[in-house]
Write a protein that binds this ligand. Structure first.
Ligand code: 6PG
Length: 480
């Protein structure tokens, strides 16, 4: 028994994570893969890593010191359960099985309960940062028992990305499925962020006629300011790329149908169940679906649109788009954190919002300058009713709102779809409205279904006798 940590599943993410672990002082890494050649390949290609290969689960278990700790890096789904069964068969009580895939947090809750019965620990952990991150430092979101984190935490801290202040981007998120839940919301925010950036690009392109390379320069400039983030940075790189075959901007050659592996949809599905309006994330998921509705899009090419009104001042328009992007981004993050709060309440997790923002500052796909601010804001005031109500964010929203409204109006007038920009603005206006037409909806519900309503001027539950004399009757609370 010579290894303190093991990795099962040696595709790109698993291999990179194993190499990352091995490169940190104090770690010796055991590796196992179902088909032997991958193990051989990895061990031979990286002799410097000193990996300890095994070709059976029994040998793998024997190569680990106790409590054994192994990270499963296989494709989420059925494969994960099979590997868990194999490990449970050769591990002992007290050992720790970690699932580092993008598992559904509900599955993680089930698996944790199942493994716990054996006396072993099961930790579902989100790992973000793609292949690069796995190799050089990801943001890590582990759930599972507090006890397991005592062994696992220090190991994960050796490989996690480090923020500017040197702090490792890993924390114990909460018990059982908390880590995978938070990773799911991370991905939902990632979808929103990407869609908002894509809308900004589209508005600038169609509004000003600038080329992708020119717009790349705009994003590079934006990356110096409050929007500074990994996604803005890579956007500039993608826009600058020229296709070798055609000489055109690559973005003009790529088929405009966005794929999705499901975590964005999960974020929205769970938000619907929790009753949390994550409108920006939902629009981002649906925008991908719309883009992929190839048949309908082809058939709709003949639908009429407005005659475009040219943008007068390109620079002013671009600045408006920048403001609108930042405002919409604040909304998307605020909504994402609302979902984390609601999920934590429903599933009994003690999730620290400031900690989540802190571990998203580096390593993960949504890493951004402004996560420093979110972290500070939540650390100062964990009871904030909504992120966007923190003084820093409300000031920015208020300062941006004129630009935001102009951009959404321009988009509508010119027939340019901007679903995430406009739904974020509607959300902002919805939240700040003193009265909402929900009162009318309640009236309608009471009319056709006697669903009752409450009054704003006195306590109780009421129903109007719509099909009778239309007098109002107070409902007896004991019957409701
Ligand atoms: C990350 C990413 C990653 C995710 C991809 C795919 O945090 O490193 O979120 O985990 O799998 O981004 O997402 P889609 O294929 O659904 O776009």
């Amino acid at each position: 028994a010579s290894a303190n940590i093991g990795v099962v599943g040696l595709a790109v993410m698993g291999s990179n994570l194993a190499r990352n672990l091995a490169s940190r002082e104090g770690n010796t890494v055991a590796v196992y893969n179902r088909s032997r050649y991958r193990t051989d390949e990895l061990v031979q290609a990286h002799p410097e890593a000193g990996l300890v290969p095994s070709f059976s689960y029994k040998d793998f278990a024997d190569s680990l010191s106790t409590p054994r700790t192994a990270i499963i890096m296989v494709q989420a789904g059925k494969g994960t359960d099979a590997v868990i069964d194999e490990l449970v068969a050769v591990f002992e009580p007290g050992d720790i099985i970690v699932d580092g895939g993008n598992a559904n947090f509900q599955d993680t809750i089930t698996r944790e309960a199942r493994v716990r019965e054996t006396g072993m620990h099961f930790v579902g952990t989100g790992i973000s940062g793609g292949e690069e991150g796995a190799l050089n430092g990801p943001s890590i979101m582990p759930g599972g028992s507090v006890e397991s984190y005592k062994t696992l935490g220090p190991i994960l801290e050796t490989i996690a990305a480090r923020a500017e202040d040197g702090a490792p981007c890993v924390t114990h998120v909460g018990t059982d499925g908390a880590g995978h839940f938070v990773k799911m919301v991370h991905n939902g925010i990632e979808y929103a962020d990407m869609q908002l950036i894509a809308e900004a690009y589209d508005l600038i392109r169609r509004g000003t006629g600038k080329t992708p390379a020119q717009i790349a320069d705009v994003f590079t400039e934006w990356n110096q300011g409050e929007l500074s983030s990994y996604l803005i940075e890579i956007t500039a790189e993608v826009l600058r790329q020229v296709d070798a075959e055609t000489g055109k901007p690559l973005v003009d050659v790529i088929l405009d149908q966005a794929g999705a592996k499901g975590t964005g949809a999960w974020t929205v599905q769970n938000a619907l169940d929790l009753g949390v309006p994550v409108t920006g994330i939902a629009e981002a998921v649906f925008a991908r679906s719309l883009s992929s509705s190839a048949g309908q899009r082809a058939a709709a090419q003949t639908l009429g649109g407005p005659s475009p009104v040219a943008v007068q001042d390109a620079d002013a328009f671009i600045e408006d788009v920048r403001q609108a992007l930042f405002a919409s981004k604040i909304v998307a993050y605020s909504q994402g954190f609302d979902e984390i709060v609601a999920g934590a309440a429903k599933y009994g997790w003690d999730v620290k919002k400031g900690e989540i923002a802190r571990i998203w500052r580096a390593g993960c796909i949504i890493r951004a300058q402004f996560l420093n601010t979110i972290s500070d804001v939540y650390t100062e005031n964990p009871e904030l009713p909504a992120l966007l109500l923190a003084p820093y964010f409300r000031e920015h929203l208020e300062a941006a709102q004129d630009s935001w409204r102009r951009v959404v109006a321009d988009a509508v007038r010119n027939g340019i779809p901007a679903p995430a920009f406009s739904s974020s603005l509607s959300y902002y206006d919805g939240l700040r409205s003193e009265r909402l037409p929900a009162a009318l909806v309640q009236g309608q519900r009471d009319f056709f279904g006697a669903h009752t309503y409450k009054r704003s001027d006195k306590d109780g539950t009421f129903h109007t006798l719509w099909s009778g004399d239309r007098t109002e009757v107070a409902q007896d609370p004991s019957t409701h």
